[in-house]
Design a protein around this ligand. Sequence first.
Ligand code: NAP
Length: 324
Amino acid sequence: MKAILARQFGGPEVLKLEEVPDPTAGPGQVRVHIHAIGVNPYDTYMRAGGYAISPDLPYTPGADAAGIVDQVGDDVEGWTKGDRVYISGTASGKAHGAYAALVVCESGQLHRLPARTTFAQGAGLFVPYVTAWRALFGRANARAGDTLLVHGASGAVGIAATQFAVAAGLTVIGTAGTDEGLAVVRQQGATHAFNHRSPGYLDQITGVTGGRGPDLILEMLANVNLDHDLTIVAPGGRIVVIGNRGRVEIDARKIMGKDCAVYGLALWGIPADEVRRAHRAITAGLESGALNPVVGREMPLADAAAAHAAVMEPGAHGKIVLIP
Ligand code: NAP
């Protein structure tokens, strides 16, 4: 089968399409014929080397994918050849192994993909939607009636968070850096969309909240925004740091003055029962239509290196998906 291998850490060019032996499902495992693979920013951090999770070389990147069950190992209950699924990691590692035509998963890494959800949409469910669910309901204690700022709402996690929040009765303010991204944010049900590259957009956010500020902020680029978030958050508010790409100077007095809380979130550290709850919420949302992942761009698996370059460029408007 075809798979992407990185034989060394480095730039996107270390990702090569290679022919490798077909994997086989062992006891307790299921093999999935992959139809679409989600590209996440952390795939690029891991590929560059020095990431918190560092696989042995050579390795195949990726944890997000969707496809059809094509082989069921011994001692597996509940899965049948032909089932439509999305995966949350693979048997070779919860954070890698999915950039391939065939993937072997532990049976607990499979989740049913409703008929109304395409494989390309299914490829962006695990990392973005579990992260967004955890940020809103496991960290920020989101409740109907809250006003939420999704600071970086045009990317995969931001879209997921906006959809969950709109369905839960929050008023959402989303930001993006391009007109295309702003249109995507509005299409998800955000009441207000502002360009985070426009001077004065923070004042506009404060203005639409009547001067109070958002109750909750989900932050995708804390090294740029955390001090601004502390300035605009409502008294007693909660800020969840989801993305960060460098150091930031903050005035800690603002945390006191606002009586607010700043939370962190690490997908790989979420307790297992909370992860299962998140997947149940994803399934329910897909079936009701409240969740509807946005695919921004489809690329052939052979273009994995270009996809890694693209996911780090500005101008997000949905998920980047690889097709084997
Ligand atoms: P993505 O699809 O590439 O989206 C990135 C988002 O950040 C886009 O909406 C982008 O908007 C926005 N952004 C760019 N510059 C910004 C700025 N100055 N202020 C606010 N937002 C800005 O990535 P993703 O998959 O949604 O992930 C978002 C971040 O969360 C990444 O850093 C990722 O590594 C991290 N993450 C962390 C966890 C965790 O466990 N903590 C889990 C998943 C993801 P434009 O492109 O329109 O400018």
